[in-house]
Structure formats: structure tokens, C-alpha cells
Design a protein around this ligand. Structure first.
Ligand code: UD1
Ligand code: MG
Length: 471
């Protein structure tokens, strides 16, 4: 590496993204759980490029709120082109910055390694500008790199301005650049908008630098797909596919078994421990963290959920929960935000749990709703138990102690507390607190009417002859 220079980043994200045909600004189009532009920002940050100035314009406040206050922002009030956008960012750069990395906000497959490799080349060659290029089978839509007889870059021509011969060039501009800031400050104001789109193209600054005798280096990615731009929804889908496979491959190489990559959806924000097995049709989203030696899926959605080691979660929908080690959930459970399942809890079919803590070793195995409850350790919550937490106006809490046995079809009408070691008889509506070690039974006594069926049958037979009578 050459001497270390002060580096900053600029990300261009002011455009509307007309080709997306969306009400959402392009920078915020969702891609594997993050806004499109957030992927570029994450790669830049991981590469150690800081500060980053994001150029915003179309629905600027919305974009800024979604991307967050970690970045600096420059406003491009009118979208007059990528060169004009870059110019707006310059005043936001701290004065000591010598080198700036410029990236388009619509190329989400970029990696921090690619940024680092580009910067290293830029510094080693002491270039004024370094341009990341890619050689594509089908260069349609991209700016083409123009080189002279010695292979030196002399400029870039946009597809809309290109002659048929130029369109045949397969080396394209990816819109990733490194610039010496002093050069950029001098050259950017020289751009003109005399082109097919009437815009100030950042691409033209390369020709201007080359013409002025500046040094332009090129960095070619070993994998051109990294530099792919996303301009429409089909490209968005392709980028999602590529990013998904990259995430799965990374996890697999870290010791996670991915049984079927084609049906496994894991967002790049998710962490998974080694020897965890991911069965088909599993979706892991957002700030989800999974421990080691778990089995997840088939048919599972987990969002923003922390999971310990050796859990078995399948065919269920789990959002915003904290699940400790040795827990099993499924099939057909719905675990909602604010739920904590302590070590060794077992949750079975058709169980919904919301904003509830379930203590160690407790079983909630069938047809149950627990909402706004605290349940102790080693309880048995019988089939069909319902916490009636809502009175139509307010939510109330149910508290269940340790080792409580709740018989099937109990309705626990909150607010109510069931103390340690209590026993709730099946089918009881519980309205009052239950003391420790008590049996609570709240139901009508059964009466058996001996011979009732026989009498009814006889009466029906008699009706057949004499007409209807009631018993
Ligand atoms: C641009 C390049 C093209 C390159 C391609 C790579 C130019 C003129 N063309 O084309 O050579 O092959 O990227 O993906 O640079 N933006 C602004 N303000 C504006 C216009 C655009 O901030 O006034 C932002 C957009 O939000 C987007 C990025 O700049 O994130 C690139 O703009 P886009 O319109 O997608 O340019 P391309 O047509 O893809
Ligand atoms: Mg683009």
C-alpha cells in the first residue's frame, strides 16, 4: 500500500428510479430485508470508508430517515445527472479528505473486499481517478469504456449517446470510482449537459481528466456480477437471488447445513451458528441470531428473533421473540413480539404466544393462546388454555407460578394470578387468584339422567303413531 491517505465515500441516491415503476424511491426498494442503498452503505462501512456522504433528492426526507443518521447527507434538489449529484456532495466532505470513493446507490452486490481492492489499486498506481469496469456478455444499458490504441481510457460513452460501433464494446462503466478530491473539485464543474439525456454525467469526468493529462486507472472485478446496477424490478429480483446465494454460501462455508438452497431465504443481517441444519422453505429475516446445533424448518419464518443452541423450530411463524437453548416449537405455532421462551420450553401445534415469558421446562403443547402473561418453570399448560387478556378496552396480565398444572380448556380471565404448585381443573373459567397448592375448579356439576336416551327413542316411536310430543 502506498502512504495512507484520508478517505471518504460518496453514494449517489437522489434518483427517482423511474424504471422501477414504483411509489417507493429506488434507494428504498426492499432487497433481502434492507433498502437497496443500505447494501452499498454496509459494504462501504465494512471496508472502513468513513465518513460517507449520501446524495439524496427524490423524497429526500424519507430516504434519509430510512438510511439513518450515521451518514452525512447532501441534497440534490433537482436530479440533473450523476455528475451534478456528485458535485453536491463535495461541500460535505471534511477538508482533510484526499481520496473519495464514489458509488452508485443502486448496485447492492458490491462487497467490502471489492472496495478495498479498488482503493489499493488507486493508491498503488497513484492515479487521479480509478474506474471499476466489468466485461459483460450483454453490456446493454451500461456506459461503455473508450480506450485509445495503447489501451488507455479516454472516456465513457453512455448507451443513449453511443454509436453502433461503441455499443459493441463489452467493457462497461459500473459507476464505482476512486478520485483524488482535488482533481474532482477542479474537473466536476467543467461537465456539460450536451448529451442525449440533457444531464451532467459523472462518466464524462473521466474523459475530462484523461484529456487534461490526468492518470486514469481501471480496476476490473474478477466477478463482474458484484458491480451490477439495479434499474428495474427484474434486475432487483436477480440481485436478490445473487445476494441470497452469496449469503447461503457464506453460511455453508462457516459450518451451517443448507439442505436446499433453492428454497432457503436468509437475509444478510442474520447470524447462524455452526452445525445448525436449515431445512427447506425456511425464512430467516432481519436481526435474527441463531445458535449452534439447531434444526430449523421445514416451513419456518423467523424475524428479528434470537435463538439459543440445540433448538428445534419448524413449520411456524416467529417474530420478535427470544428463544433460549433446547426449545422446541411447532408445528403450526405463532410466536409474536415480546415472547421469551426459556430453556427447554416446548410449544406445540396451534399455539399463539404474545408478549409472554414462559419459564424453563414448561410445556404448551396444543391449541393455546398466551397473551401478556408470565408463566413459571415446569408448568403444564393444557390443550385449549386461553388467557383472556383483553376486556375490549385494555390488556391485562396473567401470572402463573412454577409447577402449575393448567387443565385443558381453562380460561384464565386476566388480571389473575395462579400461585406455585396450583392445579386448575379442566374447563374452568378462572376469575380469581388461586393460592399455592390449591385446586381451582370452576364449572357446573355434571348430572347423568339415567335412561334418557331410551325414553327419547320410545317417545319418537310413539310420535310416529300419534304425532309430536315434547319430553
Ligand atoms: C449509470 C452510469 C452508467 C453506468 C451505470 C452502472 C452515468 C451517467 N451513467 O447509469 O455509465 O454503466 O450507472 O450502473 O453516470 N443519481 C442521482 N442524481 C441524479 C441521477 C442519478 O443521485 O441526478 C443516482 C441514482 O439515484 C442512482 C445512481 O445515481 O443511484 C445512478 O443513476 P442511474 O440513473 O441508475 O444511472 P444508470 O442509468 O444506471
Ligand atoms: Mg443505475
Amino acid at each position: 500500500m502506498a502512504e495512507s491517505r484520508k478517505i471518504a465515500g460518496i453514494v449517489l441516491a437522489a434518483g427517482k428510479g423511474t424504471r422501477m415503476k414504483s411509489d417507493t424511491p429506488k434507494a428504498l426498494m426492499p432487497l433481502l430485508g434492507l433498502p437497496l442503498t443500505a447494501h452499498v452503505l454496509r459494504a462501504m462501512e465494512t471496508a472502513g470508508i468513513e465518513p460517507i456522504v449520501v446524495v439524496i433528492g427524490h423524497r429526500a426526507e424519507e430516504v434519509r430517515a430510512a438510511l439513518g443518521e450515521r451518514y452525512r447527507y447532501a441534497l440534490q434538489a433537482e436530479q440533473l445527472g450523476t455528475g451534478h449529484a456528485c458535485l453536491q456532495a463535495l461541500p460535505e466532505l471534511p477538508p482533510e479528505v484526499q481520496t473519495v470513493v464514489v458509488a452508485p446507490g443502486d448496485s447492492p452486490l458490491i462487497t467490502h473486499e471489492a472496495f478495498q481492492a479498488m482503493l489499493t489499486l488507486h493508491q498503488n498506481t497513484q492515479a487521479d481517478a480509478t474506474l471499476a469496469t466489468a466485461v459483460l456478455e450483454d453490456p446493454t444499458g451500461y456506459g461503455r469504456i473508450l480506450r485509445d490504441g495503447h489501451g488507455r481510457v479516454v472516456g465513457i460513452v453512455e448507451e443513449k449517446d453511443a454509436s453502433p460501433e461503441q455499443k459493441a464494446i463489452r467493457e462497461v462503466c459500473t459507476s464505482f470510482y476512486c478520485f483524488e478530491v482535488s482533481v474532482l473539485r477542479e474537473m466536476l464543474p467543467r461537465l456539460s449537459n450536451q448529451n442525449a439525456q440533457g444531464e451532467y454525467y459523472l462518466t464524462d469526468v473521466i474523459g475530462i481528466i484523461a484529456q487534461a493529462g490526468g492518470k486514469v486507472a481501471t480496476w476490473q472485478s474478477p466477478d463482474p456480477a458484484l458491480l451490477m446496477g439495479v434499474n428495474n424490478r427484474w434486475e432487483l429480483a436477480q440481485a436478490a437471488q445473487a445476494l441470497r446465494m452469496r449469503t447461503l454460501k457464506h453460511l455453508a462455508l462457516e459450518g451451517v447445513t443448507i439442505v436446499d438452497p433453492a428454497t432457503t431465504y436468509i437475509e444478510p443481517t442474520v447470524e447462524v451458528g455452526h452445525d445448525t441444519v436449515i431445512e427447506p422453505n425456511t425464512h430467516l429475516k432481519g436481526a435474527t441470531r441463531i445458535g449452534s446445533r439447531c434444526t430449523l424448518g421445514p416451513d419456518l419464518v423467523l424475524q428479528d428473533t434470537q435463538v439459543g443452541d440445540e433448538c428445534h423450530l419448524f413449520r411456524s411463524h416467529i417474530v420478535g421473540a427470544q428463544i433460549e437453548s433446547g426449545v422446541s416449537v411447532g408445528p403450526f405455532a405463532h410466536i409474536r413480539p415480546g415472547t421469551v421462551l426459556k430453556q427447554g420450553v416446548r410449544v406445540g401445534d396451534f399455539v399463539e404466544i404474545k408478549n409472554t415469558q414462559v419459564g424453563e421446562g414448561t410445556k404448551v403443547l396444543h391449541l393455546t393462546y398466551l397473551g401478556d402473561a408470565i408463566v413459571g418453570q415446569e408448568c403444564n399448560i393444557g390443550a385449549g388454555t386461553i388467557t383472556c387478556n383483553y376486556d375490549g378496552q385494555r390488556k391485562h396480565q396473567t401470572v402463573i407460578g412454577n409447577r402449575v398444572f393448567v387443565g385443558s380448556h381453562a380460561t384464565l380471565i386476566a388480571p389473575v394470578t395462579i400461585h406455585d404448585d396450583a392445579y386448575i381443573a379442566a374447563a374452568s373459567p378462572i376469575t380469581d387468584d388461586v393460592p399455592s397448592e390449591a385446586l381451582a375448579i370452576a364449572r357446573c356439576r355434571q348430572t347423568n339422567r339415567e335412561g334418557w336416551v331410551r325414553r327419547k327413542r320410545e317417545s319418537i316411536n310413539a310420535q310416529g303413531k300419534e304425532g309430536a310430543t315434547n319430553e
